[in-house]
Write a protein that binds this ligand. Structure first.
Ligand code: GDP
Length: 254
């Protein structure tokens, strides 16, 4: 059993990737199931084998406790911790190979609240990995790319699991733009220079020391360009996932 948690900011394409990765695996007859951990999602492009919405009804929560949408999502996410054992049992009953886990839309719900920690702890004897999803349109702006990389680092710190970064929606970029982002990631000095050039006034001592501190980190980053829409790059993603599956969680590609 190999649990692959799909994490990333809202709208980055976690749900779309859960769907397309599963379809890609199906195509190659790699045994897999999909788990939806988003209690607030209204409709999904895939049919999850395990679904947290079977345990929690967000509309009912809103009505019963007079909560607004944000309060209800937070309450539902925290409530999920009481069902973790059942959810994990359901997952195990499938005796799956790959378990693709689609996490709540707002990444901070999973990353910073108890639910993420609980489920990862419950599955700790299995192989686990995280795919951190970056929206490639946002990555075109150097300062946003840096911010997203910091978010990815925060996920690594939080869970300490093998982690891959994907640059999703690259069907919306041209070759040159993809190369430019890859170049920035490979040579962070270029990324820093670009920030200085484009965003004058951004440079400050604190910025500089922060950027220096991720310089080394970025030099080992590999961000895999993919498209959850067209399936582009999923073969590369699978190769790296298999390395983690076979090689263990010490293998971290960021
Ligand atoms: P989530 O909030 O991270 O789960 O994001 P979703 O999977 O719901 O995707 C947000 C939006 O981006 C949806 O309209 C998707 O159809 C779109 N999207 C996701 N992945 C891709 C992609 O690879 N290419 C394109 N063009 N659109 C995508």
């Amino acid at each position: 059993m190999f649990n692959v948690f799909i994490i990333g900011p809202a709208g980055s394409g976690k749900t779309a990737l859960t769907n397309s990765l599963s379809m890609w695996l199906d195509q190659y007859e790699v045994d897999n199931i999909k788990v939806n951990l988003d209690p607030a999602v209204k409709s999904l492009p895939y049919d999850p084998e395990v679904d947290v919405r079977d345990y929690i009804n967000i509309d009912k929560l809103m009505m019963e406790y007079g909560l607004g949408p944000n309060g209800a999502i937070i309450a539902a996410t925290d409530l999920m911790t009481t069902f973790i054992e059942k959810i994990v049992e359901e997952i195990r009953d499938f005796k799956p190979g790959y378990v693709i886990i689609d996490t709540p839309g707002q990444m901070e719900l999973f990353t910073f609240r108890a639910i993420g920690e609980y489920i990862i702890r419950s599955l700790s004897e299995e192989r686990n990995a995280i795919i951190f999803v970056i929206d490639s349109i946002l990555a075109l702006k150097p300062s946003t790319l840096i911010s997203l990389i910091f978010l990815s680092i925060s996920t690594l710190f939080r869970f300490n699991l093998a982690q891959l970064n994907v640059l999703n929606k690259c069907d919306m970029l041209n070759e040159k733009q993809i190369k430019m982002i890859e170049e920035w990631v490979k040579s962070p000095e270029k990324l820093f220079l670009e920030i200085e050039r484009r965003e004058k006034g951004m440079k400050s001592r604190i910025m500089e020391s922060l950027l220096n501190s991720i310089n080394e980190y970025l030099s080992v980053v590999s961000i895999i360009p993919i498209s959850a829409k067209t399936g582009q790059g999923l073969d590369n993603l699978y190769t790296l996932l298999q390395r983690i599956y076979v090689g263990g969680e010490d293998y971290v590609t960021l």
